[in-house]
Design a protein around this ligand. Structure first.
Ligand code: CMC
Length: 431
């Protein structure tokens, strides 16, 4: 349990009922008031829809300083990791708490590479989908279906079983994601290739054909790997909380991850990068930016790719993505792409407009990642599936942390009930 300092807060419930609540100390960031005895002491629950002021768990994995605009994986700043590390090294760090040694890195990467293939029958699962099914509906279904192939993963009290489960999911997500694209477009499935890196392998499975070798541009592969690393974890966001909540019942880990995929799909969360591109399409041209922004200020709609629940100053991932965006467009010679120019105009207008400054609305990571993914040739409908592929690492690290807690409790929120009090059933002829 968290180290406690001696600080306590007093809550006066009236009628001389004053309760003392322990303050639990954070290493950095907000301390929390331990509310676990609140119900017993006061006969009331705390009310906090949307978890605006509620810490739902204790965690050692990721820390965000929303005001300063910092993100740390296991204490390492995201900027340093983006510069020097890779998605798989980041995955090892998030899962194990420390950067790997050379030998540990090789062993981890080799294990991931050796588990990229899918059971052949998974292809039959795909064949059950309509060709125009949204990729996220397929990923949700297929990740859930994978549980049927690994019944032993239920034995997650065993460290070895947990380890193989995390390797399997990290390894198979690129294959599942690429298959969604191939299935939608009626393209033959390209088997993973062990000689390729994680990012290269995904791009190969997406874009290679049986007719010719697909050579991955190293700058594109690096940019894609960086997108994965930057999206790998983000502490207790909605989809991670969904994974923790589903997993707290002791469900199959693949099912818990499927819950995360389902939650990520929403436009307020992982669906934002897709929504950014749709929005740019709706705006249509640079000439329409000002009138579109006026509509945002009139609260007719939101500017997608702007704002964040936690970052109220700057999203550090966005800074890195912006730079990467320019690198990718350079290498592809796409700086004059009208959509990119439109996005840059929108960015400029929004960043200088008092409404956005007052509301602390800055471009978030998804504003730029969508532009990069599109430039690489990944269809817009696949963007959230790519996010899911990246976030699988964080979901697994958080699931593992939660499931190994000694005093784990099933997540079971309370409610403020405002419906009818008890009343008698009315027979149908009397209604
Ligand atoms: N465009 C215009 N106004 C906005 C926006 C936006 N994108 N986001 C927030 N606001 C305004 C909102 O209208 C409200 O104004 P007022 O106080 O005048 O009523 C104020 O800012 C606070 O809004 P909120 O909904 O209470 O803020 P939140 O912290 O709950 O919302 C958010 C966070 C990410 C859901 C929201 O900013 C949003 O909808 N952004 C667009 C979607 C998006 O880009 N999501 C991706 C987030 S990054 C990926 C990830 O980490 O999941």
């Amino acid at each position: 349990m968290t180290e406690q300092n001696n600080k306590k807060v007093k809550i006066d419930f009236g009628s001389e009922n004053v309760a003392e609540m322990q303050v639990l100390k954070a290493t950095i960031g907000q301390d929390v008031i331990d509310m676990r005895s609140l119900g017993k002491l006061s006969g009331m629950w705390s009310y906090d829809p949307g978890f605006l002021s509620t810490a739902a768990c204790e965690s050692k994995i990721t820390y965000i300083d929303g005001d300063a605009g910092h993100l740390f994986y296991r204490g390492y700043p995201i900027e340093q990791l983006a510069e020097h590390s890779t998605h798989l090294e980041g995955a090892y760090l998030l899962l194990n708490g420390e950067l790997p040694t050379k030998e540990q890195k090789l062993e981890f990467e080799t294990s991931v590479i050796r588990h990229t293939m899918l059971h052949d029958q998974i292809l039959s699962v795909f064949k059950g989908f309509r060709r125009d099914a949204h990729p996220m509906s397929m990923v949700t279904g297929v990740v859930g279906a994978l549980a049927a192939f690994y019944p032993d993963a239920f034995d997650f009290k065993s460290e070895a079983e947990r380890k193989i489960t995390t390797i399997r999911l990290i390894a198979k997500m690129p294959t599942v994601t690429a298959l969604c694209y191939r299935y939608t477009h009626g393209l033959p499935f390209m088997s993973p290739k062990n000689k390729l890196s994680y990012a290269e392998n995904f791009l190969h499975m997406m874009f290679a054909t049986p007719c010719e070798e697909y050579v991955v541009n190293p700058i594109i592969a690096k940019a894609f790997d960086r997108i994965l690393l930057l999206h790998a974890d983000h502490e207790q966001n909605a989809s991670t909380s969904a994974v923790r909540l589903a997993g707290s019942s002791g469900t199959h880990p693949f099912s818990a991850i499927a819950a995360g995929v389902a939650c990520l799909w929403g436009p307020a969360h992982g669906g934002a990068n897709e929504a950014v591109l749709k929005m740019l399409g709706e705006i249509g041209s640079e000439a329409n930016v000002d009138s579109y922004v006026a509509g945002v200020k009139d609260k007719k709609y939101r500017l997608m790719g702007f704002g964040h629940r936690v970052y109220k100053n700057t999203d550090p991932r966005a800074k890195i993505m912006r730079k990467t965006c320019y690198e990718v467009l350079d290498v592809l010679g796409k700086h004059d792409d009208p959509l990119f120019k439109l996005a840059m105009k929108l960015e400029k207008v929004a960043l200088s407009d008092p409404y956005f400054i007052e509301h602390k609305l800055y471009p978030n990571v998804d504003f730029y990642s969508g532009i990069i993914l599109r430039a690489i040739g990944i269809p817009v409908s696949m963007f959230t599936a790519v996010f899911a592929l990246a976030r699988t690492v964080g979901w697994l690290a958080q699931w593992q942390e939660m499931i190994t807690e000694p005093d784990l409790k099933i997540s079971r929120p309370r409610q403020l009930y405002t419906g009818y009090a008890a009343r008698d059933y009315v027979p149908i002829d009397k209604r």
